[in-house]
Design a protein around this ligand. Structure first.
Ligand code: ADP
Ligand code: MG
Length: 186
């Protein structure tokens, strides 16, 4: 199936899934507590998260929690690129696509980041990722040697996603009920 056809299906599925907020928090905890077991997490200082929109896998409680012990960064859309800014709860403003972005001013280089939490419309168990179609994360991830961890709901994990040469694979994918480690990556 083509990328756009899959995006359309996932958008429809998201519309039809309405979860109570305390259950959403439970799912967030399930995913991130599994991630905290990884050696790559234990060894990380600088973590790039994403500030979740209502239709994305939730991250906000975890950002708060991790920010007490780690340096958390969030992306800000600047033209075709994402710049990476330090997170501070008091310094957020709504930016492109309605995403909460830091108003802090000094970006960090992607090479400084140890771990990247990557959002998606869908993943497959080979590590392929389907985004919203603008390629922001492919461009960012191509400049970084960080561990790449895709997260999503169970319904976002599909059998097979088409991949193009510019698509960057994940190292790990976590959903509430699946933990996948992707081996044999260049
Ligand atoms: P997404 O990853 O958001 O699902 P795609 O993989 O379909 O989106 O990529 C969208 C567009 O972004 C592609 O047409 C591609 O040309 C562009 N793109 C992706 N990665 C790069 C890159 N490293 N350099 C230049 N353009 C890129
Ligand atoms: Mg892509």
């Amino acid at each position: 199936m083509e990328k756009n056809a899959i995006r359309k299906i996932i958008r429809e599925l998201k519309k039809n899934i309405i979860l109570p907020s305390d259950y959403i928090s439970t799912l967030e905890n399930q995913v991130f507590s599994k991630m905290e077991m990884l050696l790559e997490f234990k060894n990380s200082r600088n973590i790039l998260m994403y500030h979740s929109l209502a239709d994305e896998f939730p991250t906000r409680n975890t950002i708060e929690r991790w920010a007490r012990e780690r340096n958390i960064f969030l992306p800000k859309v600047v033209g075709d690129d994402l710049i990476l800014l330090p997170y501070s709860r008091q310094k957020l403003a709504t930016g492109a696509y309605g995403i909460e972005e830091p108003t802090t001013v000094t970006p960090v280089s992607p090479s400084q980041i140890d771990l990247i939490i990557v959002p998606a419309m869908a993943f497959d168990s080979w590590g392929n990722r389907l985004g919203r179609g603008k390629g922001y994360y492919d461009r960012l991830l191509s400049q970084s040697a960080a561990t790449r961890i895709g997260i999503g709901y169970d319904f976002q994990l599909l059998d097979c996603i088409p991949a193009e040469p510019h698509d960057i694979k994940m190292h790990y994918i976590f959903t509430p009920n699946c933990s996948i480690t992707i081996c044999n990556q260049i």
